[in-house]
Ligand binder design. Sequence first.
Ligand code: AHR
Length: 784
Amino acid sequence: MYDPVLLQDSRGTWHALWTLNPHDPTFAYASSVDLVNWEPQAYPILDGGANRQLLNIQESGRGYDISWASIDTDTTYYTTSTKDFKHYSKPQKSSHFNNNRRSIKIGGEELTGTTHRVSWQTLQQMLDKVAITNYKNSLFTETTAEDKIRFKDTKDVKGSLKIRWNESKEISDKLLGIFFEDINYAADGGLYAELIQNRGFEYSSKDRHEWNSKSFWKLEGNATLEIENTNPVHVNNANYGVLSINQIGTKLQNEGFGGIVVKAGEKYDFSFFAHIPTGKMPVKISLVDTDGKVLTEQTINVNSNSWKKYSIVMIPSSSASKARLEIAPLSTGTLSLDMVSLFPQNTFKNRKNGLRKDLAQTLADLNPRFVRFPGGCVAHGDGIENMYNWKNTIGPLEARKPQGNMWGYHQSVGLGYFEYFQFCEDLNAIPVPIIAAGVPCQNSSKHNHKVGGQQGGIPLDEMDDYIQDIFDLIEWANGDPKTNKWAKIRADAGHPKPFGLKYIGIGNEDLISDVFKERFTLIFNALKEKYPEIVVIGTAGPFSEGSDYVKGWEVSRDLQIPIMDEHYYQPPGWYIYNQDYYDRYDRNQSKVYLGEYAAHLPGRPTNLETALAEAIHLISCERNGDIVEMTSYAPLLAKEGFTQWNPDLIYFDNETVKPTVGYYIQQIFGNNTATTYVESDLNIDSHDQKLKNRIACSVIKNENEVIIKFVNLLPMSVDLNLDAIDISQTDIQSIAETTLHGSPDSRDVKPIKSQMNFQDLKDFKLKPYSFTMLNIQLKELKKK
Ligand code: AHR
């Protein structure tokens, strides 16, 4: 927000305008009736020079006149007028510029801006808002670091739990799922098991400033490597490498994503597309360790003058954690190459073009009921051209269309829609694809949008085609290969049976602007008419409150959207003090998909404290499982050394998977589910609300099982009387206890499981800073 300017019009409405950056042909606008609550921002696109500065606004007979100075080599002034801040007249050059700003000194400091006379009531409302915000922030920023002082007078904490067996409700059977986004190298170099980096020579400076088509390839010997695009394997994958070998001894090398991990005796599929002008060229393919030791090598005879795929299986004689691939032509001449791939056969469920086994297994161990894909911001992209287009990510790998990743690297889209749906099937999880709502990310850095400014938007006359793409996705996933071309593509890829797509998310925490609403409504109505069986998930902005949240929910009520996707990243204190967040929700409105959340401490570590805050929130979601349909922590995966976002649920490097404490909480919730929530009363013998807010509990039950989860975010243990849970010794088959506890800043706490006796319930304690789950298996159905 640069150089804001404010006007109160004759009806009392406040209008704020400000400039954004030196490139975009736009400015920002928002209005308010009380200077406290603001309508969502709009970014009108208007001619009128670059580097706009010193905006000004005045009320006039035409409505409102807006003027600005465009400062390039010269300064030019422009004016436009509007009645409604949606439609603007064509900007005209102007010879002068009225600046409403004045400079005044306050407390010795010179400040420049517009000055306004406001009622005391307006001022008081603003002061109240600031006071309330500051008060809430003081609660939400409480951390365990101050617990010693906060609870210095607290000695023993005692309480009791009573279960009200005859008060229960049905809750969602898909409360815990996963959010997969290609952020932090989650896909290429991560879950996608391809070992060669830049296999198609498609890296470019658009992905990252310092990259080009030859990045991560190294040439040794008397030869040159040129990148050409005149005769590609496929137009979607335009570049290929042309090696001109002047002398034998040339080696083209690739170290993958920071070194290739290979295991002795395991099988690796090597393949490339190649051609030579004439005759034959033997090409030696080797895997070599850092000492130059050859782990395996074979020769391929390239014998075609048009693109042909060559494949071999390589079996390294010993393991290495930083091997490299070497391609060594054994004669001089010209060799064209593309889609150079080295793929372990040992992938998750042994899928071809599959997923890294240890990482995928770690995800499977969460027992996720659904998988969201492809984001996050990757779904709506950095500008219209960067929106994730599912059609570019299916079919033969050489025909897929790679693209820049808005997190500053490259997406080969080798892990595309087909692999995603197949992974869901392998996990027995529901696919929840997220499609952009016809608008890119509101924080897009691209500035060539045709409509709507910073957020942009697909031109309305192109929306029919865009909606058709979404219809095609449904047909690709669910259609009949005999009658539908997209379904046939699915069948040809090896999946004749429908995938059974039921949910589609439209939008990702978008700015709820007019540009968004128009496009979302078109998509929503079209889907409702053509595919009424598909459950559409709408979006309520990036925060737990504020204008996008309010407007997003307004859209939901207007259109009767079945489920709304909420996102919020909050400090642990927010979760502690917002345990009633969903208790307050209207049971008759849309259900909630909490699509992204995490507890963020200053410096963004992930530890027992953040995990316990997330557990408190999951307990609240379980209690509200009648309206909270789904939840997914975000982001999911992060490659160490390649993160754009912290904290994440699972860290990894090329060889090791490192689940966080939060991961184990998700795993416990994912594997201990039920569809019945039983009301209970947790009574803590204290008047200290700060103390009471740090203990939470939920009770759920299946036919022969009762699951009780507790969080104690206090520095002392809590003695809990369980007499009133009203389960007698004779009812019980077994009791298993799972706990996680330790120092709140600990990052390596793991669950500890033990069996308990009925007698142990008599002396039950929640350990300091702990999560505890009792899993009580009953001899027969407990009917109370
Ligand atoms: O989870 C990381 C990012 O956070 C997502 O891409 C985006 O939706 C949110 O802002």
